[in-house]
Design a binder for this molecule. Structure first.
Ligand SMILES: *[C@@H]1O[C@H](CO)[C@@H](O)[C@H](O)[C@H]1NC(C)=O
Ligand SMILES: *[C@@H]1O[C@H](CO)[C@@H](O)[C@H](O)[C@H]1NC(C)=O
Length: 288
C-alpha cells in the first residue's frame, strides 16, 4: 500500500515537472533539440546543373524621395556622349553613349538594337554613321519592314512579355518577347553594343520577362539607354525599382540620368521631377 502511494506521488511529480519545463521552454522559445537527421550523402553540384546565384532585391522604396535619390546615384563615365536628337531646341530622341575603354564602337563590328522609333531616326542614323548595324523596332508607326540607309533594318514589331497583337489607335501591331525578337534577327549569341529602349511603359513588360526567363541574354549587352516611365504610379515605381536593383546586381551601372523635360511634374520632394527619365547603364563586368 505505502509503496504504491509513493510510486503514484513520484509519477505525478515527474508529470508535473515535465509539464512545467515544457511550458517554460516553449514560452522562452527554447526548444528541445530534435534527434539528428540521418546524414545525407554529400554530392557537390555539377557546374552545369548549378542554378544561378539568387538575386535579392530590397523591398519597395518607402517614398518617392528614396526612388528619386536612387536615380541620382550616378557612376562615372569619362567619355559620355549625346547621340541623336533632332537639331534645335528639343533633346528628346537623344541617348547617352559611354565610350570609355572597353565600350568603344568598332565600325563594322557593332550591333545596336533600337526599340521605339516613332518616326524619329536621328539616333539610328547617327549609330549607322558610326559603323553599327542597327535593328530598329516599332509596332505603332504605319511603316512596314524595310532597310533604311545601308545598315538600319526596321521591323514593324514591338517588345513585350508575351507574343500578342495590340491596337495602336487604328493600327494593329504585333508584339513579341525579347528572346523571340533576337531569334528572328539571328542575334541570340551576338554582342549588343547598345540596347536602346523608348517604348512608352512597355519597358516594364520587357524587364518582367527578360529578368525572369532570359537573364543570360543581358550578359551580351554592353550598354542600355532607356526611357523609364514611372509617372506618378506607385506600382510602376516599385516595379521599376525592383528591376533597376536587379540590373545593378547584374553589374549594370547607371552612368546618366535626366528627367524628361517634356513631362515635368513640378517640385516634388524639392526636385524638378518628371513622369519619365532618360537613363543609361553600362555593363561593368562585360565578358570579364
Ligand atoms: C537568320 O538566319 C536564317 C537562316 O540562316 C536566314 O534565313 C535569315 O534570313 C536570317 N535573318 C536575318 C534577319 O539575318
Ligand atoms: C528565353 O526564355 C524562354 C522561356 O524560358 C525560353 O523558351 C527561350 O529559349 C529563352 N531564350 C533564350 C535565347 O535563351
Amino acid at each position: 500500500m505505502r509503496s504504491s502511494h509513493a510510486w503514484l506521488i513520484f509519477i505525478a511529480a515527474l508529470g508535473l515537472a515535465f509539464l512545467v519545463t515544457t511550458v517554460i521552454q516553449t514560452e522562452t522559445g527554447y526548444l528541445v533539440p530534435s534527434p539528428p537527421l540521418p546524414q545525407r550523402v554529400h554530392r557537390p553540384p555539377s557546374p552545369l546543373a548549378a542554378p544561378p546565384a539568387p538575386i535579392t532585391t530590397p523591398g519597395p522604396p518607402s517614398s518617392w524621395e528614396q526612388f528619386y535619390a536612387f536615380l541620382e546615384e550616378i557612376q562615372p563615365c569619362k567619355k559620355l556622349l549625346k547621340v541623336g536628337g533632332p537639331s534645335g531646341s528639343s533633346s528628346d530622341g537623344s541617348k547617352s553613349l559611354c565610350l570609355d575603354a572597353g565600350f568603344e564602337l568598332q565600325p563594322g563590328a557593332c550591333t545596336v538594337l533600337s526599340f521605339g522609333i516613332n518616326n524619329e531616326w536621328s539616333f539610328d542614323d547617327a549609330m549607322e554613321r558610326r559603323g553599327c548595324t542597327v535593328y530598329a523596332f516599332d509596332p505603332s508607326m504605319d511603316v512596314k519592314d524595310h532597310t533604311r540607309g545601308h545598315n538600319i533594318h526596321f521591323y514593324q514589331l514591338g517588345v513585350s512579355n508575351i507574343r500578342k497583337r495590340v491596337m495602336f489607335n487604328t493600327l494593329q501591331g504585333q508584339l513579341d518577347t525579347y528572346s523571340a525578337i533576337l531569334r528572328k534577327i539571328n542575334a541570340t549569341e551576338r554582342v549588343i553594343d547598345f540596347l536602346k529602349m523608348d517604348v512608352e511603359g512597355a519597358e516594364i513588360q520587357f524587364f518582367e520577362d527578360v529578368l525572369a526567363h532570359n537573364v543570360s541574354l543581358l550578359a551580351n549587352v554592353k550598354q542600355i539607354g532607356m526611357e523609364i516611365h514611372p509617372n506618378v504610379d506607385i506600382n510602376r515605381r516599385d516595379q521599376l525599382w525592383r528591376y533597376m536593383h536587379h540590373l545593378a546586381a547584374l553589374n549594370f551601372q547607371l552612368v546618366s540620368m535626366e528627367p524628361n523635360r517634356w513631362s515635368l511634374i513640378g517640385g516634388r520632394t524639392g526636385r524638378q521631377t518628371s513622369n519619365s527619365y532618360e537613363l543609361a547603364w553600362v555593363n561593368r563586368k562585360f565578358r570579364l
